[in-house]
Write a protein that binds this ligand. Structure first.
Ligand SMILES: [Zn+2]
Length: 228
């Protein structure tokens, strides 16, 4: 998979952003065969699952078509979380700092600080890449929050929950704007009925970053979250 920066109309496209040629596949969901109740694909391949959880199918063709800056490519997101890759450039994000901590940056309209134990589907990021992202990413310009983090244990997935009787999507009231529900790796029941689209980690040993200095003096008005 390419790690060369991709550009669109002069802007560097974040590594985890999906392109229009990477539209999510929608193979029919069927009852899982052989192994207990749950969902599966008719033509399921072993690469469709991670830790026995069914994952959404998406093509890997970065650079083809137009990018969706605010979107997330499910498999690059998982790779980034799994391997501590920077969400902006796709390169290893650990080892940047002598204290071993890793930077996390996420959209936050209110600028609310990251809390201890908070769950996130936003992969880590280099400091330089984060600085660039808050200046250039249209999504993050609406507000962001950042923290240095010591430990990021895998927590679970975010995905589309399916109704066991009808095999149709049935998001709960706590699903996000994409219809994704959070499901813990300890929730054996719901893991069988979720179509995963994001890997989710917990953030521990959190220290909020001074976002004003982090953005640098060149940050244009409106790129910082409102004071809380
Ligand atoms: Zn980077």
């Amino acid at each position: 998979m390419t790690r060369s920066p991709l550009y669109w109309r002069g802007l560097r496209v974040p590594w985890i952003a999906p392109w229009s040629a990477e539209a999510t596949g929608k193979p029919p969901i069927v009852p899982r065969r052989r192994v207990g109740p749950g969902i599966g694909y008719q033509d399921e391949h072993h690469t469709d699952r991670r830790d026995d959880v069914l994952w959404i199918r998406v093509p890997l063709t970065p650079g083809r078509g137009t990018p969706h800056f605010a979107g997330v490519h499910a498999l690059r997101q998982r790779q980034a979380m799994d391997r501590d890759l920077c969400q902006v450039c796709g390169r290893l994000a650990v080892g940047d700092r002598p204290d071993g901590r890793v930077l996390f940056l996420m959209h936050s309209a209110s600028g609310r600080p990251v809390s201890e134990g908070e769950l996130t589907a936003a992969p880590p990021v280099h400091e330089a890449c984060a600085r660039e992202a808050v200046l250039e990413c249209p999504h993050l310009r609406r507000g962001w929050t950042a923290a240095l983090v010591k430990h990021t244990p895998a927590w679970g997935v975010a995905g589309i929950l399916y109704q066991p009787r009808t095999l149709r999507p049935r998001p709960t009231s706590s699903a996000d704007s994409d219809g994704l529900d959070l499901v813990s790796y300890e929730d054996d029941v719901r893991l069988r009925w979720v179509l995963a689209a994001r890997m989710v980690v917990a953030l521990h040993g959190v220290e909020e970053v001074d976002v004003a200095s982090f953005a640098g003096s060149a940050a244009p008005a409106g790129s910082r979250p409102p004071a809380s």
